[in-house]
Design a protein around this ligand. Structure first.
Ligand code: FAD
Length: 288
């Protein structure tokens, strides 16, 4: 099913993100993770795409496993280091496997990157145009409540986002954030700029101290004082940190929903038990 239809039909959606393995030998392990996660009936499940595209087949294989588990898959696709030919091959493959939803991304710029012959894409909007021309995919894009790290300022960031949405995006998914106020300010800016597609809020449950350092470095997101205190107090104790991280993420989602944010995407880090505990914490709200 197209995600635009799911978002339209359901009052509240909670979806999951998973990543494929780095090597084919581990594909069965990831499929096991999927088979556990589908038990929680997420509205859909997204599967990430290796930045260089060398593991694109793994993304398709995991998208297929999600579909076989009875959940709608959303396949990520990055373009910067790819060619039009390769992108169209991947789109053909996804289409042949019944994948109807794509998150169209540029991908991060690799260190010392120079465009090679045949490479064409500079920004995600060019990929959106390419996918849109085929006519049959529901297309999502990424957005950044605390500004994309390469953007000079908020005005520039929102103007670029508006241009990307106008190329034909059906929805947006946010970068992770830990401070809901940042999301509310971003939502307001989008409304002013007439960015009217659904914005799905991306929430990352932090379950260990190492994960937060890496997540903050990669995403450019800020940490509220409340979260820093939790890290200081419980960061050294894995079991306690896991419980505190799950509760923090659940509370964050409840606050978002209370403020009219009805579509949530959980960055599960391939941890079914974490995703499950959050879903349990939200069960009455989801079925309201
Ligand atoms: P763009 O929309 O192209 O934006 C990138 C930068 O370029 C921004 O600063 C934007 O303001 C600027 N820009 C846009 N258009 C123009 C223009 N015309 N002229 C000048 N500047 C412009 N990475 C992966 O490798 N694999 C994944 O599976 C993956 N999944 C992700 C999922 C989500 C929800 C998010 C938020 C990110 C994900 N990423 C993934 C990371 C993403 O690839 C990086 O954040 C990347 O740096 C930007 O991708 P984008 O699609 O937002 O790019």
């Amino acid at each position: 099913m197209k995600i635009s239809k799911i978002l339209n039909n359901k009052k509240v959606t909670v979806s999951f993100e998973v990543f494929p393995p780095k090597e084919w030998a581990k594909i069965a392990d990831t499929k096991k993770v999927i088979s556990e996660m589908v038990q929680d009936k997420p509205a859909f499940m997204s599967v990430t795409y290796g930045a260089s595209g060398t593991t694109s087949g793994y993304t398709t294989e995991i998208a297929k496993a999600i579909s076989q588990g009875g959940v709608t898959p959303l396949s990520h696709l990055t373009c910067l280091t790819s060619t039009k030919e390769k992108i169209n091959c991947v789109l053909d493959e996804l289409e042949a496997n019944g994948v109807e939803n794509i998150l169209a991304l540029r991908g991060d710029i690799p260190k010392d990157f120079v465009m090679c012959e045949g490479q064409y894409y500079h920004h995600a909007y060019e990929l959106v145009n390419e996918i849109k021309a085929r006519g049959n995919f529901c297309i999502g894009g990424a957005c950044y409540p605390e500004i994309h790290p390469e953007s000079g300022n908020r005005v520039e960031d929102i103007a670029r986002l508006k241009a990307k949405v106008d190329c034909g995006l059906d929805f947006l998914t946010t970068q992770m954030f830990f401070d809901n106020e940042a999301f509310y300010r971003f939502r307001e800016m989008c409304a002013i700029k007439e960015i009217n597609v659904p914005i799905i809020a991306g929430i990352m449950p932090i379950t260990n101290a190492k994960q937060i350092k890496r997540s903050v470095e990669l995403s450019n997101c800020s940490l509220p004082k409340k979260f820093e205190k939790i890290m200081e107090r419980f960061g050294e104790n894995p079991d306690v940190m896991k419980q505190a991280g799950i509760i923090y993420a659940t509370e964050q989602i409840i606050d978002l929903m209370a403020n009219g944010v009805n579509n949530i995407h959980i960055y599960t880090m391939n941890k079914p038990d974490v995703a499950h505990q959050i879903m349990e914490g939200l069960s009455a709200i989801i079925n309201e």
